[in-house]
Ligand binder design. Structure first.
Ligand code: DHE
Length: 501
């Protein structure tokens, strides 16, 4: 029997599942048999994933049926997934596409025992030097996610050379998070795997599968705890940050008994707590991480499901997308009360928004996933100051204290190769760059001093482009396979202005 790993290509946001040819019960049964013969060895008998990724509806929901079909037919380059066009007929492949999008016959579960069994220690930290062994500035390293072939690069942020490259689990999503001293980085994959990597020794230390479908993770202010937010099963998992051993799982059940998926988890350092966004109940949770925490949630009751989050710079207030508020809603985290609604058009992507000071006052700017505009809000009055039209909907926005510009992408539509540089004082687009015409340019991160920045060309034959942030001159182009996010250690551990938190 041929060995196969069905590794789907990177999901596209637009055009979700829904057009698969509906297969009959008989053909679904036949597809289930074919799955057990051809696929289960790498993807697991229960489709939870093994050497290959999970093939559950939750794992595939962001991938178009045509893409799934293409991978089954032709395999996936640079992976162990070979094509099945010569093994299965077109009808059998259609049935397989449909089968993989059906829930499994027994509901997927991932228990504490499963988490414990998945835990592995890959290096003995006590035997490793506790000073950087790579000769680069440890606070100016970048962790770069190469999403095209599921790898992580560690980049020297002074010389712009790759110091180490290693395979990640399937589909790393959300920003990797760091220990407060910047030595360790914690990486979450959509398939539920959490990895702990030592940046001093450039070594993987431990791994654990915390769930079947994970949203993201957060590290506590003191660096002792890692909190993982899962959508399958809907729960929170607390891990010991030293070695990822399991401390506790917390089912995310609303006060009225409704089980909820987690949208995302965040660290709020001034509050010494974690904040949890829930997808299916009108609650926001806060879990204290101070002292010896019990991780019992404080429930903040909301009028609506609050999803995508950002925080005021002092973490006293939460900005969330709310359908009821027709855009954004501001919640005071101490009182749990609504401060105000901010009607915003389209789908603002608050989590990717950024703050800066304009004429001495804080402003917040957010990209929009469904409309070509940037909304700029005054943080004192919470009033919308300006809508800046862009060439199309965007995903990310970034700046730095020392940068005159906020950089934002045009992720969707025909101008997805363009990035806009917004003058932080005039709120006008000062420049529009097209670094690689025809290829998506997105997601910026600055060096610790803000002198340079790295921009991703989000394509299989893509690159990381290094710019001088003042002259806007291109300094270097490092070829990479769909580089997505990149994260500067110093900026991240200092929760620097302009970067994501
Ligand atoms: Fe993300 C961060 C949610 C789709 C790339 N994304 C985040 C965060 C959330 C989020 C809540 C902040 C968590 C953190 O960093 O710890 N993303 C969502 C969605 O709900 C959405 C729209 C749909 C989904 O199914 O998840 C979504 N995200 C995408 C993509 O399609 C992107 C472009 C490609 C991918 O890798 O999946 C994508 N998201 C990213 C990246 C970050 C991110 C690169 C980290 C941004 C940063 O700079 O910190």
């Amino acid at each position: 029997m041929r060995r196969a790993v069905l590794i789907p290509v990177l999901a596209l946001l637009a055009g979700h599942v829904g057009t698969a040819v509906a297969a009959s019960t008989t053909s679904l049964e036949a597809a289930a048999d074919n799955y057990q013969q051809l696929c289960q060895r790498c993807h697991g008998a229960n489709r939870f994933g093994a050497a290959g990724p999970a093939l559950l509806p939750e794992s595939l929901s962001r991938i178009k049926p045509d893409e799934i079909r293409g991978v089954i037919e032709s395999g996936r380059p640079a992976s162990q997934m070979s094509g099945y066009a010569n093994v299965l007929s077109a009808t059998q492949i259609d049935a397989m596409v449909d089968y993989l999008q059906q829930p499994p016959s027994t509901a997927p579960t991932w228990s504490n025992e499963d988490i414990l069994a998945s835990h592995s220690i890959l290096a003995d930290i006590s035997k490793l030097p506790n000073t950087p062994q790579h000769g680069a500035d440890p606070l100016n390293l970048f962790v770069v996610v190469e999403s095209g072939d599921h790898h992580i690069d560690i980049l020297d942020g002074d010389r712009f050379v790759v110091l180490a490259r290693f395979a990640s689990h399937f589909a790393v999503h959300g920003g990797p998070k760091f220990s407060p001293d910047g030595r360790f980085v914690y990486i979450a994959s959509r398939d539920g795997w959490i990895s702990l990597y030592d940046l001093h020794n450039l070594k993987l230390i431990a791994e654990v599968r915390a769930g079947l479908n994970t949203r993201n993770l957060a590290v506590s202010k003191d660096g002792r705890w890692v909190l993982v937010g899962n959508s399958l099963p809907g729960n929170l998992v607390v891990l010991d940050a030293r070695d990822l051993s399991l401390i506790k799982t917390i089912a995310t059940i609303g006060e009225d008994g409704t089980a909820s998926r987690v949208s995302a988890v965040y660290t709020a350092p001034p509050r010494d707590s974690f904040i949890v966004a829930l997808k299916d109940v009108n609650e926001v949770w806060e879990l204290s991480s101070a002292g010896t925490p019990d991780f019992v949630p404080r429930r903040i009751h909301a009028e609506d499901v609050l999803d995508d989050f950002s925080f005021s710079p002092d973490y006293k207030q939460l900005l969330a997308t709310s359908r009821k508020a027709k855009g954004g809603q501001v919640i005071d985290l101490d009182s749990g009360k609504v401060v105000t609604d901010i009607p915003l058009p389209g789908m603002p992507h608050l989590g990717s928004g950024t703050f800066w000071k304009r004429n001495g006052d804080w402003v917040f700017a957010t990209p929009n996933i469904s409309k070509g505009l940037i909304s700029v809000i005054d943080l004192k009055t919470w009033k919308l100051i300006k809508e800046i039209p862009t060439l199309g909907p965007g995903f990310f926005m970034r700046s730095h204290f020392n940068s005159r510009y906020a950089w934002t992408d045009v992720f969707f539509g025909p101008d997805n190769d363009a990035v806009h540089l917004i003058d932080k004082q005039t709120l006008e687009i000062a420049y529009t760059l097209r670094p690689m015409p025809g290829k998506t340019a997105a997601h910026v991160e600055f060096t610790r001093d803000g002198r340079y920045l790295l921009l991703s060309i989000w394509a299989t034959d893509g690159a990381l482009i290094v710019y001088d942030s003042n002259t806007l001159k291109e300094i270097k182009r490092i070829p990479m396979n769909k580089p997505s996010g990149k994260y500067n250690v110093g900026n991240k551990i200092e929760f620097a202005e302009g970067t994501s938190h």
